[in-house]
Structure formats: structure tokens, C-alpha cells
Design a protein around this ligand. Structure first.
Ligand SMILES: [Fe+2]
Ligand SMILES: [Fe+2]
Length: 283
């Protein structure tokens, strides 16, 4: 029997906080009365974040005629919603990279990013309006693994290495057996404590059981599940793509797709991923 959310929190102790700059940016972006000046002031206190935003503003994605040199220009060019995505992405990246348990940190981050990009490509391809939420939820989907790696470096690190060397094993099952909870529950608790959107929280919780997502966010989880599957097919991540047969099956059902229809979209998705490569190096 999985443990209750209260027991989970008791087991985990304090969760990693959302970086302060990120928290401030999210507040400003969510406030209709806020100004570009205010956003500029907060972001500029973080040099790495400023550099990332400028890099993205100048990336091939936007094909600007003139170079974007200042943060104010970048905010104008990218808009609030992209700035928000960049800030959340950089918080996720820091966390994915933080574990020191030999958790294949770099691979975890790349897996999250490719899942997010592929999920977003699917949602654009299928003309689903909430592709930015899919992107953010994709970035976060396995964040619980990093938290478990940070909290239980020896035990969790050893477990992931076992899965890495024996791809027949199922991560989720092993987590439940070893800890009494899995990375989707830990991820959900983290998203709650960071106060991120419900769609992200629910996707993180249900990306291995998309059908259990509350109806209003079920399609988002389905898109992320497809992205997750594609990332493993491209060999970016830990585990075999077959281990995701069940969530993929549910995702197809949710989106009213057959495996043949999905296959028909594959080329377009791979092309979109290729185009987004500038973003991969930018982040
Ligand atoms: Fe997962
Ligand atoms: Fe994953």
C-alpha cells in the first residue's frame, strides 16, 4: 500500500525550495499590474539566468534580424510567457543537476528536456492549444527522481544504477518496493510546495498512469507520456521504451490515436526536435 501524502512529507523532510529569483519572477509574471522594469530588475540579479534569456532571445528559434543585447529587449521580444518558461526550466535544470549520487545527472536533464520538447511538438502537431503547459510539465515529469537522489543519495543512487545496468527492471516498482513511494508522488509534493500550476502537478503525478489524471488536464499528461516514450526510443534517458508501453497505450486512447496515426506524425516530430536543438544547447 502506498503511503499517504502526510507520511510522504514526513519521510522526505524539507523539500528543495524554488530558487528565490524564480519565485519572484513567477509572481511578477502572474501579476497583471506588474511592469517590464520590475521583471528586468529581478532577473538581472541573477547573471546565469540573464545570460540564458539573452541566449534564447538570440537563438535560431526567433530568427531576429538584429542582435538582442539587453534584458529589456529580450523581455519585449520573448514575452512574459517565454520568460516564465525559461525561469522554470533553469530551476528544473539546477535541480536535475544537483544530485551527487551518480544518478546520471546530465542524462536526466537531457531526458527531461527532450521529453518536454517532444511533448510540445506532439501538441503542436495535434493542434492542442496548451503546448506551453505540456513543455513545462515535460520538464518536470521526473523531477521526483532528483529529489529522491538528493534525499537518499546512497539508497536511491544504488537503485538507479541497478536499473541502468538491468533494463528489464521497472524503476517505478523498485521505488515503491524500496521506499513505499515513487518519483511521481515525490514530484507532485515538490510541485505543490513550489506552487506551480495544477496541470504541471497532475502531469508529474500521473505520467505513468495518464488515464488517472483529472479530465481537464488529461490531454497534457498524454502528450508528456508520448514525449517520454519518444525520448527513451531515442535512447535519451534510463530504461527501455517498452517499459512505457502501458502509459503510451493510455495516451493514445486519451488522444484518440492509433499506433499507425502516431507513427504518421513521427517524422514531423523528429524534425521539430532537430529545429529545437538550439534551445537544447541554449539551456
Ligand atoms: Fe517517470
Ligand atoms: Fe521520464
Amino acid at each position: 500500500m502506498p503511503i499517504t501524502p502526510q507520511e510522504l512529507i514526513r519521510n522526505l523532510g524539507d523539500l528543495p525550495p524554488l530558487p528565490q529569483v524564480a519565485a519572484q519572477v513567477l509572481r511578477i509574471v502572474g501579476d497583471p499590474d506588474s511592469s517590464t522594469d520590475e521583471l528586468q530588475r529581478v532577473v538581472s540579479t541573477d547573471q546565469a539566468l540573464t545570460a540564458q534569456i539573452l541566449k534564447i532571445a538570440n537563438s535560431a528559434m526567433f530568427g531576429m534580424m538584429r542582435e538582442v543585447k539587453t534584458l529589456t529587449q529580450a523581455i519585449m521580444t520573448l514575452g512574459y510567457s517565454t520568460i516564465k518558461s525559461v525561469v522554470i526550466a533553469s530551476s528544473a535544470k539546477n535541480l536535475y543537476n544537483r544530485g551527487s549520487s551518480g544518478l546520471q545527472e546530465r542524462l536526466m536533464w537531457e531526458h527531461a528536456l527532450v521529453t518536454a520538447l517532444a511533448g510540445r511538438a506532439y501538441s503542436r502537431q495535434l493542434r492542442f492549444a496548451r503546448s506551453e503547459e505540456v513543455f513545462l510539465a515535460g520538464l518536470m515529469h521526473d523531477i521526483g527522481k532528483s529529489v529522491m537522489g538528493i534525499k537518499f543519495p546512497d539508497r536511491y543512487g544504488a537503485m538507479i544504477r541497478t536499473v541502468y545496468n538491468n533494463e528489464q527492471l521497472d524503476t517505478l516498482e523498485l521505488e515503491l518496493e524500496t521506499f513505499g513511494f515513487d518519483h511521481t508522488m515525490v514530484g507532485e509534493a515538490l510541485m505543490k510546495s513550489w506552487n506551480l500550476a495544477q496541470s504541471i502537478e497532475q502531469t508529474v503525478r500521473w505520467h505513468h498512469e495518464p488515464m488517472d489524471t483529472p479530465p481537464e488536464n488529461r490531454s497534457i499528461t498524454a502528450m508528456v507520456a508520448l514525449g517520454n516514450q519518444l525520448a527513451l526510443e531515442l535512447n535519451i534517458g534510463v530504461g527501455k521504451p517498452e517499459s512505457l508501453a502501458h502509459p503510451t497505450q493510455q495516451a493514445l486512447e486519451i488522444l484518440n490515436l492509433t499506433p499507425e496515426l502516431l507513427e504518421g506524425h513521427r517524422e514531423a516530430i523528429l524534425q521539430a526536435l532537430e529545429l529545437d536543438k538550439s534551445l537544447i544547447t541554449g539551456l
